[in-house]
Design a protein around this ligand. Structure first.
Ligand SMILES: [Ca+2]
Ligand SMILES: [Ca+2]
Ligand SMILES: [Ca+2]
Ligand SMILES: [Ca+2]
Length: 294
């Protein structure tokens, strides 16, 4: 977004520690990095692993920011203007709620982007989570400020995808960061999705006997199957706990988390004896996916 009103789109970057930085566009590139400040001249602060996307939240004609962060949820950074470069005030101390639901209940590591997903002329919010889900949060308002509707799941966590020539990548990973664009120029918005991922499961230790190898395989497969159930139960716990503050349902999910972990524990103990201590099958990596909308 254009932070200093010179007609050139500038760049804003979040950071792991917290601070937001901007790079003003110049004739031949980018100016030196500067800290994004609040109206008092202090660095804008609302969380960790920060990332932002522009939207005119209050409908007053200037661009505000929506911020995502490590624990999930969304924060509104209102554009308060200022000489030269705009300054931003964080409006909410905790994540915003929609219909009473705290958006941090959708999962951790919010990656937020904005774009008109349904093409109705109003800018919507799209949100990627640490667990690998993508939500569309539609602006239900027809004039003035943004009124977010309840999040709709566009893309399930850890969704399997066609692997193409990279056979070891079978699913979209987590900590998703999104961008909306019409990738194939068919007039319908598509998604670019960056992820973080590493191979699930263990790598076998060198020098295993045939029998040990078979056993390793068995255990590794059982582990991978359970870990999906385990993750899903953890997400359920977050949804009810952090999202709805429903202790009873969060406790039920916690009971499942504990139960699955109890099943996993002996498998982990045994598979670790047969697996390589240092190396997993793959180093962590990131993949960029193009997700075309039909
Ligand atoms: Ca500018
Ligand atoms: Ca505004
Ligand atoms: Ca829209
Ligand atoms: Ca398209």
């Amino acid at each position: 977004m254009d932070l200093n009103g010179d007609g050139h789109e500038d760049l804003i970057s979040g950071s792991w520690p917290s601070k937001l930085y901007y790079y003003l566009a110049t004739e031949d590139g980018w100016a030196e990095r500067e800290e994004l400040l609040d109206p008092l001249g202090e660095p804008v602060k609302y969380g960790q692993a920060t990332n932002v996307a522009p939207i005119d939240w209050d409908g007053d004609g200037d661009m505000d920011l929506l911020g995502g962060e490590f624990w999930g949820g969304l924060y509104v950074l209102e554009n308060r203007g200022g000489e030269g470069v705009s300054r931003f005030a964080v409006l909410n101390e905790r994540s915003i709620r929609v219909e009473g639901f705290d958006l941090s209940g959708l999962g951790s590591h919010t990656g937020v982007t904005t774009g008109d997903w349904d093409g109705d002329g109003r800018t919507d919010v799209l949100l990627g989570t640490g667990e690998g889900a993508i939500y569309w949060i539609r602006d239900e308002s027809s004039e003035g400020g943004v009124e977010l509707g309840f999040p709709r799941l566009l893309f399930a966590p850890r969704a399997m995808v066609k692997s193409g020539d990279r056979s070891y990548v079978e699913r979209v990973g987590g900590r998703l960061k999104l961008a909306v664009c019409d990738w194939n120029h068919d007039g319908v918005s598509d998604l670019l999705v960056g992820d973080y991922q590493s191979q699930r499961g263990y790598a076998p230790r060198k020098g295993l006997s045939k029998k040990e190898k078979r056993r390793f395989q068995e255990l590794n497969e059982a582990y991978i199957e359970l870990v999906d159930t385990f993750d899903a139960a953890c997400e359920e716990r977050t949804y009810w706990g952090r999202g709805w503050h429903d202790e009873e349902k969060a406790d039920e999910a916690q009971a499942l988390v504990s139960q699955v972990y109890a099943e996993m524990e002996p498998i982990i103990d045994e598979v670790e004896l047969l697996s390589s201590a240092e190396e997993r099958e793959d180093e962590p990596e990131g993949v960029v996916w193009v997700i075309l909308r039909k």
